[in-house]
Design a protein around this ligand. Sequence first.
Ligand SMILES: *Cc1c(COP(=O)(O)O)cnc(C)c1O
Length: 363
Amino acid sequence: MSRFLSAELAGLVPYTPGEQPQSGAGEPAYIKLNTNENPYPPSPAVRRLMQDLADKPAGQLRLYSDPEAREPRREIAAFYGLQPENVYVGNGSDEVLALAFLAFGKGRQVAFPDVTYAFYSVYAALYGLKTRIVPLDADFNIQPTDYLQPERPEMVVLANPNAITGKNLPLTVLEQILQAHPNDMVLIDEAYVDFGGESAAALLPQYENLLIVQTLSKSRSLAGARVGLALGRPEVIADLNTIKFSFNPYNVNRISLALAAAAVHDKEYFAECRQKIMAAREFTAQGLSDLGFEVLPSLANFVLARHGKVAGSLLYRELKERGILVRWFDEPRIRDFVRITIGTHEEMQRLLVAVSEILQEVA
Ligand SMILES: *Cc1c(COP(=O)(O)O)cnc(C)c1O
C-alpha cells in the first residue's frame, strides 16, 4: 500500500477471484470447474459474428461503442417480453451490481445472507455502506422471515439461486420480501437462474422496487466478453443510467455488445446447453452422493458438497494434483465443502473417478 491511498480505503479487502491459469504459460491444462464458467463454447452465431467483425475494416473500433447498448437491450427485452426501457446492459454483472449498490444502497443499510456471493460485502465496504448480514439456517436456507420486518431503510440483496449453495427460493417468497420493503430496492441476482430457477422478471409489473441482475457469463458462455444486465421498471433503469453516465458511458465495448445480442438471439443453442448442464448436474450430484458426499440440492451450474472423511482443503489440493480445479472457500461455515462447477458429462465422469481415487487413498 502506498502512503497516498485514502485512509478510508486502507482496510478494504478486495474480492478474490478463482484461479484463471493461463494456458501456454507452463501451466498444465486443467479441467476447470472452479469459476462456474460454461463448458460449451458460445453460440455458433457468436462465432460467425466474431469472424465477420474480424473481416470488416478494423475501423469499427475507431468509433466508440453505443452508450445506450441498443442492440443487446432489444434482444434481451424480446427474450423476456419486456421493453428495451426495462433493460440495462453493463460490463459484466459485477459492474451492474456495483452501480446498483451505489444507486440504491447509499444512505440505507444493505441486507444479505452470511453465505452468498462474496462481492456484496466488498461493494458495501467500498462505498462505506452499513450491512445487516443475516445467517442462513443450519441447512443453508435463507429464512424469509429474516427479511420481513426491516427496522430501518435497507436494500435487500439476494442471489437466487444463491451463490455458493445453489439453493433456490420460490417467487412467492420473493414477493413477501418485496412487499415488506415498499420504499427500498430488492435486488435479485439471477446469475444462475437459467439452470433450473424461475426468473422474477414476471413480477416486474407488480413491483416497482424490484431490480433483477443477470449475466451472460454463465448460461450464455460469454464470461470473457464481460456482459451483464439488469431488468427493472423504466425509472429504475434510468437511475442506473444516471450513475453509468456519471462514471463510464461507453462501459461495454462494441464487440461485446454485438456478441451479446447474437448470444441472446440464439434461443435454441441456449436451451440445448442448459439442458446438458442440468443433466450433468444431476449425474454429478448422484455420483457424489454414491461416494458418501452430502450434496446441497442445487439449481445452479455448480454443486456444493462435503465428505465427512476428507477436508475440503485436502480434496481441493488432491484434485488440483490430478489436473482438476474446483473451488474451496476458507470461510467458517463452508470450509468443509468444495464447490464444483458443472462441466461436460465427460469432465464430470473424470471428476468422479478422481474423487473416488482420492477417497481410497486418504479416507
Ligand atoms: C458470477 C456471478 C456474478 C458475476 O458475473 P459477471 O457477469 O461475470 O460479472 C454475479 N453474481 C453472482 C451471484 C455470480 O455468481
